[in-house]
Design a protein around this ligand. Sequence first.
Ligand SMILES: [Zn+2]
Length: 402
Amino acid sequence: MIFIADILFPVSSHPLRNGFLECAGDGTVIRFGSASDLSPRERESATVVEGFLVPGFTNAHCHIELSHMKGLFREATGMDGFIQQINALRLTVDREDRLSAMRKEFEGLADQGVRAMGDISNCSESFEMKAEAMLSGKMYTRTFLEVFGTEPEEADSVMQSVRQLQAEARRMGLDAAPTPHSCYTMSPLLNRLSAAAGLESGYISYHSQESQEEEDMLRYGTGPLAEDYRSRGTTQLPVTGTGALVYFIENLRKAVPFPVEGNVLLVHNTATDQESIDAAKAAFRHPYWAVCPLSNIFIHRMLPPLELMRRNGLDICIGTDSLSSNHLLSMVAEMLCIQENFPEIPFEEMLRWATLNGARAIGCDGFCGTLEPGKRPGVVHIGNVDVSNVRLTEKSFSKRLI
Ligand SMILES: [Zn+2]
């Protein structure tokens, strides 16, 4: 089948105005080019779409199993308030309703063009759905089995249970491995054990520098997160005098050889700075930097320092995060948020973050992320766009065609 669009974005090469894309019945890309090179017969048989044609998205950060929490959370509570709400609300919905909310959101992501996803799981509820979607070619998922726990003596038992969860996921055909949640929910011991276990698979995902509260906790031992530890009587984290990402790196150094070979997907980076970026570049051979702008606004009324991140040439990815910190799961809405707040960033660059960079971060760029021949990347139409200025509009939507 052949599609023609106002602008075709292969991502692997320059965009083409009045471009065409030809795919086989199973969605494998055969070729693309300028529509003027098509024969009259080919042009007649083509499906013409107004707007942009792009490869399937990679949602680099989601917690699909939290989908039942849509609309339950108060906004702008900061990290401390957010954690209190998660703990209070997580199990207030029964299993059947949790599963149906999760399936609905997952289908919604696939329909809007998400072809691959880095998804956080704390339990097995999403495994069956994700395994089905992998088999059918609808959506590839890399599952990060996230752990937390503040008491060092619990670390071994937490690791044992996550290893069981990993065995269950793998039996179902999922790519899944343990991953640490963050610096502020874990003992240093569990933090490094789970990171090392994840890196055995070649991939970890880590909530990093999401808020200033996290930075203050590690650097000075102050702020709401530090207070929360004290009020709960949990084992205190060390006060390092450094930022939270440097703490993570130095802690990890005790568990794995450096520089770290695997892909390290750092998620949020809202409070990152030059010192942290330099440390990550020295420590990790393949760091990726996911941003979840709508989630950051929801919880913190903040955005990541994208100018700084671009200046450093970082591999940026885009995630929707979960419905506990977002009103909707939409890659186009995340990109529109970036466009509105950072109008100097070209659409083409942002699209690379939303497709190829995410696919590289979770290791599926062999078949996703660009419209290169031989890949089966999913084909997505973005409509209601500003074609002449190559920008999204408030009415832009995305729809999966293949
Ligand atoms: Zn998250």
